[in-house]
Design a protein around this ligand. Structure first.
Ligand code: 5RP
Length: 237
């Protein structure tokens, strides 16, 4: 297992310690969240965790949970989620995030917003001082609006590109049937709250990957002297 996967695995395992019997759990998306879902399935099948129900944040997490026999309930049928556990692409010292590397941020944000607690699991490569200096902000747009949204974004001191699929000709199509623009601001994102609102106000935009003031706790996996360890940084306010 490479070093980054070791960091992801240890943090995924650590996240399961926060899960208690009878919880409704938000199941995040991406490779770290997938490892967490596998650890969760192990605890359920061994009888250590009982009466857990999951709410999927993507087609990926839904398929994985079904394969691993984790009971699922629909987002629309729950009024409240006890704990959501998800990965992130960038985490700043104030626990503001960029998510959407897997194009799942619409449902991830819906689940996070309904959760009493949002726990983020990342390896240390995801910690940044300032958002969007290297990782572009994913913006989900209606298919026939992508060019129009791109033009508006280009007037905001930012550049964007339509995300292209790897094993399909043409663009990435999201779980909702939309497209993704990956946006890089020329000087990064200094005020995530403002940028989140401004981008979501552009006609044709469904949601962007800024998660502002949603996170309760972050677990970070790192490797020290060749040994993977987990720590929980304090939020800088
Ligand atoms: C998907 C996400 C993921 O949580 C994020 O991209 C991190 O993924 P990984 O754990 O594979 O690095 O936001 O939309």
């Amino acid at each position: 297992m490479d070093l980054q996967t070791q960091m992801k695995q240890i943090v995924a395992n650590a996240a399961i310690n926060e899960v208690k019997n009878d919880m409704i759990l938000g199941l995040g998306s991406g490779s770290t969240a997938a490892l967490m879902i596998k650890s969760l399935a192990h605890e359920i099948s061994s009888g250590k965790l009982k009466n857990i129900r999951g709410v999927a944040t993507s087609f990926q997490s839904e398929v994985l949970a079904l394969e691993l026999n984790i009971p699922l309930i629909d987002l629309a049928s729950v009024s409240q989620i006890d704990l959501a556990i998800d990965g992130a692409d960038e985490v700043d010292p104030g626990f503001q995030l960029i998510k959407g590397g897997g194009a799942c941020h619409v449902r991830e944000k819906l689940v996070a917003s309904k959760a009493d607690q949002l726990l983020i699991v990342v390896d240390q490569t995801k910690l940044v001082q300032n958002l969007n200096h290297s990782f572009p902000l994913p913006v989900e747009v209606l298919p026939n609006a992508w060019k129009q949204v791109q033009e508006v974004i280009s007037e905001m001191n930012a550049s964007s590109s339509l995300r292209m699929a790897k094993k399909k000709a043409g663009p990435v199509v999201t779980d909702q049937g939309n497209l993704i623009l990956d946006v890089l601001f020329n000087s990064g994102i200094e005020n995530p709250k403002n940028i989140e609102m401004i981008i979501n106000n552009i006609p044709g935009v469904l949601e962007n990957g800024l998660f502002v003031d949603l996170v309760d706790k972050v677990l970070v996996g790192k490797v020290e002297n060749n040994i993977p360890v987990v720590y929980s940084p304090s939020k800088v306010v």
